[in-house]
Each structure stands twice: as C-alpha cells, then as structure tokens.
Design a protein around this ligand. Structure first.
Ligand code: CA
Length: 223
C-alpha cells in the first residue's frame, strides 16, 4: 500500500512515514499542495494523509477541488482543529476520515487499513489469477489456500504484477512502486526481488508464470 503524506511539518511527516513504513506501508511525503499534485500525477497511491494548514493553501479547499476534478483515492485528514464544525466541514469536503493531532501511529495505521477496506473509487478487492490470490489489505498471498511467505517488497511486486496481469510492467515502474522517492535503491535491487518472488512462486507450485521481457520489464501471465 502506497501512501502520500501531505504535511508541512517535516518532523511530523518523517515520524509518520517511519512509523507507517515499519507497519508495511510505502510512504511518500509532500510538504505542500503543489508537490502533492506532482506526486499524484507521477505515481499511483492507495490513500492520502492530508494536513489542513499547508504553506500554499488550505488542505480542505484543495481536497474539495480535487474531488470535483476526478475520482480521488481515500483521504484521511490530519488536523489540530478538533471542533465538531471542523470535522463536519472536513467530511463534507470529501475527507473519508480525520484524526486530531497529536497522532498516534498505531491508530493512524488502523484507520488507514479501515479506509482501504471500504468500497470506494478504488475498492480494494482480492486479486486473483487462477489458483493464485493476493489480498492487498492483509498483504497475504495464497496458492490454493496455502499461504506463500513473502517479504514486504515481494508482496508489493506481486500486487503490482497482478494488478497488470498479462501486461508487461516496465522496470522503472516497478522501482517507483517498490521504493519511495527518497529511498536509496541499489543496482539490480528489482532483479533480485523478481528472482526471489519467482523462486517462491515456483516452490509453491506455480512455475513459469513470471516472465522477464528482456530490456523492458516483467509480466505475470494469467494462470
Ligand atoms: Ca501544517
């Protein structure tokens, strides 16, 4: 699950990103609304964590505008304003949930998982390819009901390939999906994750479905 944290308090954004990162989320940070728009244009996110007071505008007004323009993934507002009127205004503007600062990471993670379980513009449903199933919320992969033990990045890769089943996913897109903008990526990191995932799928009994398209990327054939 990839999240965009729109928060101008660098320290708070860092703490949230680190806390959620340890709980299996991939987090990108945007310190203002302009950066948030660039990030949303450049990558797919599963949810947005949105501060209200940002240097280049009001998070709530921005959210209302974005929602009018297009279908947007679920947004959770972070606010120092805990008054009833502010909360109602937030939910009216299209926020799916809100949390009053100071933020408890455990609660934030639970709220996000709940948001992603809700039906919405991108309802999270279990991905399937023949006997292979992947649950984007629990991050569990199963083959004929047997759990395949995957690392966080292997699970992220499998999810990406299953979402684009039968199509080639270019190497850069995989790197962008598996690593956030500020994370160092070693050469051949993607290749190494692909080989490990391929081996685990083979060991589970699913051989020959994760294809390398030389010089381009990778593809999962439907089972
Ligand atoms: Ca702020």
């Amino acid at each position: 699950m990839r999240l965009l944290i729109v928060e101008d308090n660098e320290r708070l954004a860092g703490l949230i990103a680190e806390g959620l990162g340890r709980r299996g989320f991939i987090c990108d940070m945007a310190p203002d609304l302009a950066t948030a728009e660039d990030s949303l244009a450049g990558a797919e996110f599963d949810a947005i964590i949105l501060d209200l007071g940002l240097p280049d505008g009001d998070g709530l007004a921005w959210l209302k505008h974005q929602r009018a323009l297009r279908q947007l993934v679920p947004a959770l507002m972070l606010t120092a304003r805990g008054g009833l009127e502010d909360r109602i205004a937030g939910l009216d503007a299209g926020a799916d949930d809100y949390l009053v600062k100071p933020v408890d990471i455990e609660e934030l993670a639970a709220r996000i998982r709940a948001l992603l379980r809700r039906p919405g513009p991108r309802a999270v449903s279990v991905l399937e390819s023949g006997p292979l199933r992947f649950d984007p919320v629990t991050r569990e992969a199963r083959l004929d009901d047997r759990v395949i033990d995957l690392s966080r990045r292997e699970a992220d890769l499998l999810e990406l390939l299953m979402r684009r089943l039968g199509s080639v996913v270019v190497r850069d897109a995989i790197e962008n999906a598996l690593y956030s903008f500020n994370e160092p990526v070693t050469p051949n990191a993607v290749e190494a994750i692909v080989s490990r995932l391929r081996r685990k799928l083979e060991e589970a009994g699913l051989a020959g479905q994760l294809h390398t398209v030389r010089g381009v990327g990778y593809m999962l054939r439907s089972g």
